[in-house]
Design a protein around this ligand. Sequence first.
Ligand code: FAD
Length: 308
Amino acid sequence: MPNQLLLAASRSPRTRTAVSRFRLTRRLVDRFVAGEGEQQVVPVADRLVRAGLTVTVDHLGEDTRTAQQARATRDAYTALLAALHGAGLAAAAEVSVKLSALGAAVPGDGSRYADEYAHDVCAAAAAAGTTVTFDMEDHTTVDTTLSLVGRLRLQFPWVGVAVQTYLRRTAADCKDLAYPGSRVRLVKGAYAEPASVLVRNAREVDAAYRACLETLLRAGAYPMVATHDPALIAHASALTGELSVPSDGYEFQMLYGVRSQEQLRLAQAGNRMRVYLPYGDDWYGYFMRRLAERPANLLLLTRSLLPG
Ligand code: FAD
């Protein structure tokens, strides 16, 4: 399970200021984040695609508090989609979106902004010839995200959504999402959550992951196996073989900067392998969740803060 202290820090404005002030932190951030603008991220996407991978590009940001910020995020996605299309990458590069970035948490009209702007991003993706997957955020947002995805799928059946197997509710959500063509990204989960909504321990998270994957595969859905966990990757390979699922019936996904050699190995073995590629200047929350996932990353951060 992720480190709770770091996850708490990921939501603290004071720690955000302190961490962002260290110039050397930037080098470590660059390991996980592909620059601040489209000009940086598109060439990185191009390099990954040339290496035989596909990508899902995320414009970083999750603390949208005003209508203006929400609109700016929508505009950033439409510009990004046009740039991916212009670079000839639309067939291999989709986008990942957080509803909070599109304004879902703006006081008052938040859900209206999120609905409208999510629709705009999907329409821009359709025009560019690619797809959109909605990230899943903390447990209070799951109902809103799933119901919006349900509505969007009436017009854009290719809309994908992430589900987190650390949540008790996810077994049921997976059953609801298990139908032919349904694009579902399976993740363990990365947020600080109250024990009351979580399964009991890491072993149960993994068991739920395997069960959910099987439910999706048996229904002819399109699972996106988003994990770096070697045991789950091996399990997914074995299960898809057992169920005779063709190689275009599912895909693996990993984060940019994590297990890059394994990403190439899976692609070279004939698997669809998609890299989650974040960019933008609002990297703090994303970066802290990556630190929380692996104690060794914290060591790297500490070293980057030391002089010399
Ligand atoms: P773990 O058991 O955590 O890790 C297995 C091994 O992978 C580790 O031992 C380590 O070697 C390596 N590893 C894992 N994480 C890191 C890291 N940060 N740095 C270096 N090595 C690492 N979570 C959400 O809550 N919502 C989302 O929408 C979401 N989308 C995601 C999209 C993708 C493509 C991926 C890969 C993850 C996403 N996550 C999301 C994060 C996810 O929930 C987990 O927190 C994260 O993937 C770590 O879990 P794991 O499955 O890799 O297994």
